[in-house]
Ligand binder design. Structure first.
Ligand code: SF4
Ligand code: SF4
Length: 335
């Protein structure tokens, strides 16, 4: 357990799927040899197989206090990095589409690339994912080298690159598959929650660049932080797959769920737009109460009353969305 815990809340109602966060993270942290296939931040289209493919069904995590066996994804599950033949397009004038090589079979948002319309039953939303900097990290417990540690002052989970021997038990143990193996260095790597930026008073790169302004960052146990308010006071944000037992510190405001439209948008049906069962699959049964709370706030706002929750979720400016204490201020936070 750490003394304090950094956390992030992402409002899924505002994600555009633009991948700006993915690119910001990639340029900053995984633009090196051996990291080509890695996306410490990825945004996947749901429902879908995700990145790596079927990560949510690949085991790991905790059950009854025991680490659960997990599967190591293959490079095909992530999607092998590919190049485009720009020469053909620029200089040959063939008019043919620019083809990637090798022929990709998967990728960091493959479901969007291969998605197909399915009449009235269509629904989708975007799910941005980073390491959850869990309170009980299965990755940490699985490492026989004690190379993974959780920072005492703020709960960020890191891998000591000197100690790591590349055994990859951490990758199998993480139920969110948010650790990656670098074939060049022979070490495992993961999201570092941009701790060098935080220590400099800057918010995480993915949050800073997000045009949807949907990421909120702060110390979970800081009563003045937006994440504390959204998760613990207003209770409108939930972790992904809570049953995996690691107690994640990334939380999601689930998508509002207005009625489905039929006849290609011309009529309003009785069922919700997103099957509730799918949201329960992702966020657990509590999602029903969260959606009810959000809908009550919407009604309040529609009636001309002020909704503190919705005002906060608008995320007007940096001061609303982020609260990054200086290191020496961390000790002053009331617990
Ligand atoms: S999400 Fe996975 S890699 Fe990140 S702290 Fe939790 S168990 Fe470890
Ligand atoms: S930058 Fe923001 S809006 Fe764009 S995909 Fe990432 S989380 Fe979604």
């Amino acid at each position: 357990m750490s003394r304090h815990q950094y956390a992030m809340v992402m409002d899924l109602n505002k994600c555009l799927g633009c991948q700006t966060c993915t690119v910001a993270c990639k340029k900053l942290w995984t633009d090196r040899d051996g990291t080509e296939y890695m996306y410490w931040n990825n945004v996947e289209t749901r429902p879908g197989l995700g990145y790596p493919r079927e990560w949510d069904r690949s085991g790991g995590g905790w059950k009854d206090g025991e680490l659960q066996p997990g599967r190591l994804p293959t490079l095909d599950d992530y999607g092998a990095p590919w190049e485009f033949d720009y020469e053909q397009r620029l200089y040959e004038g063939s008019g043919k589409p620019v083809m990637p090589s090798p022929d990709p079979q998967s990728g960091c948002n493959w479901d969007e690339d291969v998605g197909a319309l399915n009449g009235n039953d269509n629904f989708y939303f975007y799910l941005p994912r980073i390491c959850n900097h869990c309170t009980y990290p299965a990755c940490l417990a699985a490492c026989p080298r004690q190379a993974i540690y959780k920072r005492e002052e703020d709960g960020i989970v890191l891998i000591d690159q000197e100690r790591c021997q590349g055994y990859r038990y951490c990758i199998a143990a993480c139920p969110y598959k948010k650790i990656y193996f670098n074939e060049i260095t022979g070490k495992s790597e993961k999201c570092i929650f941009c701790y060098p930026r935080l220590e400099n008073g800057e918010v995480n790169a993915c949050a800073a660049q997000c045009p949807g302004r949907l990421r909120f960052v702060g110390i979970l146990d800081d009563p003045d932080s937006p994440v504390h308010k959204l998760v613990l006071v207003y209770r409108v944000a939930l972790p992904l797959f809570p049953e995996k037992g690691t107690q994640p510190n990334v939380f999601y405001v689930p998508p509002f769920n207005p009625p489905r439209r039929g006849n290609y948008g011309k009529s309003i049906l009785e069922d919700p737009r997103l099957p509730l069962g799918y949201l329960i699959y992702l966020f657990g049964p509590e999602v029903k109460d969260v959606i009810r709370r959000l809908e009550a706030e919407l009604v309040r706002a529609q009636n001309g009353e002020r909704s503190e929750v919705l005002q906060l979720l608008i995320g007007r400016d940096n001061a609303t969305r982020y609260r990054i204490p200086a290191r020496e201020q961390l000790v002053q936070i009331r617990t």
